[in-house]
Design a binder for this molecule. Structure first.
Ligand SMILES: Cc1cc2nc3c(=O)[nH]c(=O)nc-3n(C[C@H](O)[C@H](O)[C@H](O)COP(=O)(O)OP(=O)(O)OC[C@H]3O[C@@H](n4cnc5c(N)ncnc54)[C@H](O)[C@@H]3O)c2cc1C
Length: 492
């Protein structure tokens, strides 16, 4: 199957970056910081509002925008799903900034039991964890930079807090509170851009940005990527020539573009790629009847994941507007890479190809769901004893039940929650927004982030992770985006 591109050459660039979210902005910004001077970033959504939602809106409004996406004009889900997973709040935030304007800034490195050969290529592991170009490792550099950018942690946040039989430590977050009014923003590569007189970020020299322009396909000629086919807001279609193309359109969209391109190159027998994974997350929320000294201070705390549980434990302590305390307890675990968890396209003459997601849990993932629930029950019994609450049993519904998903933590729901009674929930896959794995380094991609069967085409974002681990993906996605930018800058 060949994809016939139509439309004249509208533009050209040395490097085209597809998608202006967390990974695309990081790749493009790092490229020009390395001195590359002809980078074009193409973003499907608009670019007139570059404010993080927790800076633009009060806490409850921002949370409702995330969890009730019908309230978010930027929300878009360009795929269908064959199950309840990858539905609901699972989707893109189609705007310049992408989900870097929504994320919570949690920056954890992948655990060494997941970030290791044979899953991950050893050169990538070494660059992330040991040394990058003879200096500190990528994890060390990026973590130090993000924490230096962030506001200092609240007093005492660095201490260990023993609670419910666990030693909680402060969860590292790349967040700052610029106005001191309780609102905050998480790091976005946009914060590295120069600003105009009104404080609005403008692309640095060497980087051009085209918003409201959707990439329909990668232009493939003679077995290599030569540019992209785009459609602008007026419906005009054109081709943009490039020496290299980097897919950063979010996991599912990048995989769709990769499937189309590999098919056009004759390098993929069926229009589908496996390995799609998200985190398996469940928890409970409980409102405390009175303040207790036993509870750690307001903020985010965690207990790291080990090889056995493949899950980390997180505790968020909130003081509500009524002066009481809300505990939001969750475990975040790894869904293992699975060839039967796929992004699948309906090949045809029209572009873009329709995209469908099929998810599947391995037996080990099902055991993890059960083990997480057992761990939450043990923790709840211990907390209840410590706080002298009745140990109401924690009941969970069937995995994948949309009636009891993570929208349980919405302020509109927790506000009316009875005190001392825990409400359990289980996220649908895809709704943690940590989806990745379908263009893995050392598999579909070489360890230099290039498609093994399609030269000059690259990818960045969680989509390139061969294995997810339990940690939130963005620290690793940012570090790998820097790595790719350095490799590309040296190559052009
Ligand atoms: C509420 C929330 C909280 C989160 N908190 C954390 C956290 O604390 N820690 C953490 O590690 N992660 C967190 N995440 C996840 C993190 O935000 C994502 O993993 C990350 O943004 C993915 O980066 P990306 O660049 O791959 O995708 P995105 O940031 O979604 O960027 C993709 C971009 O590509 C554009 N695009 C898509 N298709 C096309 C196309 N065809 N043509 C042109 N452009 C296109 C989109 O419009 C979008 O701007 C959170 C996510 C959410 C929503």
């Amino acid at each position: 199957m060949t994809i016939r591109l139509s439309g004249g050459v509208a533009d050209s660039a040395g490097i085209v970056v597809v998608g202006g979210g967390l990974a695309g902005l990081e790749v493009a910004t790092a490229l020009v910081e390395h001195g590359t001077d002809d980078v074009l970033l193409i973003e499907a959504g608009p670019g007139d509002d570059l404010t993080h939602i927790h800076l633009g809106l009060p806490q409850d409004g921002a949370t409702e925008t995330v969890f009730a996406p019908e309230n978010d004009p930027y929300f878009q889900r360009p795929w269908e799903s064959d199950s309840t997973h990858y539905t609901g709040i699972s989707g893109l935030r189609r705007r310049l900034g992408g989900r870097s304007l929504y994320w919570h800034g949690v920056i954890l490195p992948l655990e060494d039991w997941a970030l290791c050969p044979p899953w991950w290529p050893s050169d990538v592991v070494d660059d992330l964890t040991k040394s990058w170009r003879g200096g500190a490792s990528l994890y060390e550099r990026v973590t130090a930079e993000l924490l230096a950018w962030s506001s200092p942690s609240p007093a005492g946040a660095r201490r260990l807090h023993r609670f419910g039989g666990q030693d909680f430590r402060a969860l590292p977050r790349a967040c700052r509170h610029p106005a001191g009014d309780g609102r905050w923003e998480a790091y976005s590569p946009l914060t590295r851009w120069p600003t105009d007189d009104d404080g609005v970020p403008r692309p640095p020299t060497g980087l051009r940005v085209r918003c409201d322009t959707e990439v329909l396909a990668v232009d493939v000629h003679a077995g290599a990527a030569r540019g992209v086919l785009v459609r602008d807001a007026a419906g005009e279609v054109g081709t943009i020539a490039a020496d290299a193309v980097v897919l950063c359109a979010g996991t599912v969209e990048s995989t769709r573009l990769g499937i189309q391109a590999l098919t056009a190159a004759g390098a993929l027998a069926e229009p589908r790629l496996g390995g799609l994974a998200d985190h398996i997350v469940q928890g409970f929320v409980v409102r405390l009847p009175e303040a207790s000294e036993a509870v750690p201070p307001p903020g985010s705390h965690y207990v790291p994941a080990d090889r056995g549980t493949r899950s980390y434990l997180r505790l968020d302590v909130h003081r509500t507007e009524h002066g009481d305390t809300l505990l939001d307890v969750r475990v975040t675990g790894e869904q293992l890479p699975n060839p039967d968890s796929v992004v699948e396209c309906a090949a045809g003459p029209g572009l873009p190809w329709g995209t469908r997601i099929r998810t599947a849990l391995l037996p080990a993932d099902r055991r993890l769901v059960t083990a997480q629930r057992d761990a939450l029950r043990v923790l709840w019994r211990s907390l209840a004893e410590e706080l002298r609450l009745p140990a109401v049993p924690l009941e969970f519904s069937e995995y994948g039940d949309p009636g009891r998903d993570n929208t349980r933590v919405l302020p509109s729901r927790t506000r009316s929650q009875a005190t001392g009674v825990p409400e359990t929930w289980t996220s649908l896959l895809g709704t943690e927004d940590h989806e990745g794995g379908s263009l893995p380094l050392g598999g579909v991609l070489t360890s230099r982030h290039e498609f093994a069967k399609l030269p000059r085409l690259y990818a960045a974002g969680p989509v390139v992770f061969p294995r997810l681990g339990a940690a939130n993906p963005s620290l690793t996605a940012l570090a790998l985006s820097r790595r790719l930018a350095a490799l590309l800058a040296a190559a052009v």
